[in-house]
Design a protein around this ligand. Structure first.
Ligand SMILES: *[C@@H]1O[C@H](CO)[C@@H](O)[C@H](O)[C@H]1NC(C)=O
Length: 396
């Protein structure tokens, strides 16, 4: 298996036509959207790494490449967090949701990580094995640090005795390096499968119970959407998605029994909550529902003006839930971090606001998770043990 780093950027399919000097590059994003113009900032890196217009160019006619668009920071010499992409990429000509982020800095620019080659001149490479495609890719692409590169990977022989150990070591290193995860692909597999099965396996730590970034949050209200109600298929519902928040003034709540200020920081939709939990919240929430208000007898609500979240109804007695996410991210137009792809693990019935994560604690947790570890070796060992299911005794 080819065990590849999963890059946390935006998918790109790059079409190159060398006979067309003017507009020989076309870029498509997920879903086939033409983002050639929106991703103008990537054209130079593509030209240079493929040596277009020079005698050294290995493309005679055309090629189709797959890769990931990312932002590189020259100062830290690392890939910048996902949310920085909004600063550099336009959506149909406009920069969206970038108002609250810090501005583009001169030391940041777009980069591309290539990971597959589907067509080269008259050769339909997508039918070839991954190893062969990778080989071709390596002779096609000139690596330019911070601008264009080939995805990093390791090959693990799954038939060998110590395959599990090897994969564990790679995965532990990936987590310690703050990678989004791994993608496992068969080295002999073609790009296409004929039975509609996915030709790869994504591996992220939050896919393994107990290893994701989790904390207790508050479900403060609900939102309804007809299409989602239909998709959920559990009959008539009051709410199909739920607003999550955390307490802004946890200290005062714990020490002086102050009225909680709940900051709404996101939403859990049908993808992040089981049907049973949706039904439970609909049944119980019905008895405590109230129209949205910034101030209620039990708590106040904090909503950032730039947020696109608009709750429809609140619960007079909010629910405390354990959420797990795939790391942290800054939503569009906000200056704070929140869980990425939040999912409800558990609805608690024995917890109070004081037991939940405060807004400040959430920001600290996100920063710690995103920062590179001080003691990488120690952390890597710790993850190897956790992945093997061995409980850490000295866990804090
Ligand atoms: C994609 O957009 C580019 C630039 O706007 C344009 O030249 C090209 O013809 C478009 N291609 C397709 C297939 O729509």
């Amino acid at each position: 298996m080819s065990v590849e780093r999963k890059y946390d950027g935006e998918y790109c399919q790059i079409h190159v036509d060398v006979s067309n000097h003017e507009s020989g590059i076309k870029i498509f994003s997920k879903g086939g959207r033409n983002s050639t113009r929106d991703r103008m900032g990537l054209h130079r890196a593509l030209r240079e790494s493929l040596k277009l217009g020079t005698e050294d160019c290995a493309i005679q006619k055309q090629c189709i490449l797959e890769g990931e668009l990312l932002v590189w920071n020259d100062d830290t010499r690392t890939i910048a967090p996902f949310h920085r992409i909004r600063k550099h990429v336009r959506r149909s000509g406009r920069l969206l949701g970038a108002a609250q982020d810090s501005p583009v800095t001169a030391n940041e620019h777009l980069m591309v990580i290539f990971y597959d080659l589907l067509l080269l001149d008259d050769t339909f490479c997508a039918r070839e094995s991954l190893d062969k495609r990778r080989h071709r890719l390596q002779s096609l692409v000139c690596r330019i640090p911070g601008h264009a590169d080939i995805g990093s990977r390791e090959v693990v022989t799954f038939s060998s005795m110590n395959a599990a150990e090897e994969l564990t070591a790679v995965f532990a290193r990936a987590i310690t390096q703050r990678w989004e995860g791994l993608v496992l692909k068969g080295s002999d597999d073609p790009y296409f499968t004929f039975d509609n099965s996915k030709p790869f396996i994504k591996l992220k730590k939050d896919y393994i119970p107990g290893l994701g970034d989790s904390a207790d949050f508050i479900i403060v209200g609900g939102h309804y959407n007809t299409d989602d109600e239909h998709d959920i298929g559990m009959g008539k519902l009051w709410w199909t998605a739920f607003y999550i928040g955390c307490v802004d003034n946890k200290d005062e709540v714990c020490r002086f029994d102050a009225k909680p200020r709940i900051r709404i920081i996101g939403i859990v939709d049908k993808y992040g909550i089981s049907k049973d939990h949706i039904v439970l919240l609909n049944r119980q929430g019905y008895f405590t529902r109230m129209p949205f208000a910034m101030s209620t007898p039990n708590f106040d609500v904090v909503l950032e003006p730039t947020q696109r979240i608009r709750p429809v109804e609140l619960f007079t007695h909010p629910y405390i839930v354990e959420l797990v996410g795939a790391g942290f991210d800054k939503p569009a137009s906000t200056a704070y971090y929140t869980l990425r792809f939040p999912r409800v693990l558990k609805i608690h019935d024995d917890r109070s606001f004081g037991d939940t994560i405060s807004f400040k604690e959430l920001q600290e947790m996100a920063q710690n998770c995103l920062a590179m570890p001080d003691k990488a070796q120690r952390e890597e060992k710790h993850w190897r043990e956790r992945l093997c299911g061995r409980q850490q005794i000295d866990e804090e």
